[in-house]
Design a protein around this ligand. Sequence first.
Ligand SMILES: Nc1nc2c(ncn2[C@@H]2O[C@H](COP(=O)(O)OP(=O)(O)OP(=O)(O)O)[C@@H](O)[C@H]2O)c(=O)[nH]1
Length: 264
Amino acid sequence: MSSGGSGNFLLVPIPEYPLLDCVPNKTVKIAVLGASSVGKTALIVRFLTKRFIGDYEANTGALYSRKVTLDVEEVSLQIQDTPCVSLQDDEGLYCQEQINRSIYWADGYVFVFSITDHSSYRTIQPLYQHVRRIHPSGNIPVILVGNKSDLLRARQVPAEEGETLAASLGDPIVRLRERGEASRGTALGPTQVSEHAGAEEEVQTSAVVQSQIGHDALTKWYERTETGSNRRDAICAGWKTSREMRRNGLLRRCSLVIWQSAIS
Ligand SMILES: Nc1nc2c(ncn2[C@@H]2O[C@H](COP(=O)(O)OP(=O)(O)OP(=O)(O)O)[C@@H](O)[C@H]2O)c(=O)[nH]1
């Protein structure tokens, strides 16, 4: 999606280094990173507008801003959509300079891969190492999103691989629950989770990934549901900012929900 096209949406692109009317020290900066066509723009647009829009132009890196209320406090959320990263023949990472700038800039990261594209999955680990090289000290709040979960027939990345990857990005506790258990709206994260279609014919597994790094509350979870022919998939993610960010007075807490509805 080009920044020019965003006039169709309920959000406004802002300059890369904006002078916002935001409250000082109450801005949370998030970079959304991943390989080509994994759905980075779709996730952001979905999060910001609650709409799924099918086609996007190749992204050149739009920055979006939105005010959100966290703990009765209004903060400015800035979300940087980024151009894709790619794997080279030796499985090393190719990253445009623009992406490096986004990594320097951000307080936290959403790593996106597509469950239908194994190479996009393999991109995440080198991407994480790359972010760590840029931020060698301190904890890095990360959310991992396995996108396109509606395309189960085209799946190339088994759920277990996603969980293994999530584990390698932190020190997570992984719990699997069957649908119907009290997995939603718990203390793990934001409560406005996903809508569920009425049919109950399927038994779905919801995965909750909770990660603790030291005393930091980095919380990740995702959840997927599917309801027979009326298929709806959801991926949700939430996190709390790291202790370091709190120490720096940036914010007490940040949470983010991404909800992706089925398009089929
Ligand atoms: N089926 C399905 N398609 C999706 C989903 N998310 C995104 N897409 C489609 O995948 C294509 C790529 O989505 P984008 O949001 O442009 O992906 P991107 O990661 O921003 O792509 P780049 O600009 O190349 O970095 C589009 O045709 C989307 O409609 C999803 O959850 N399910």
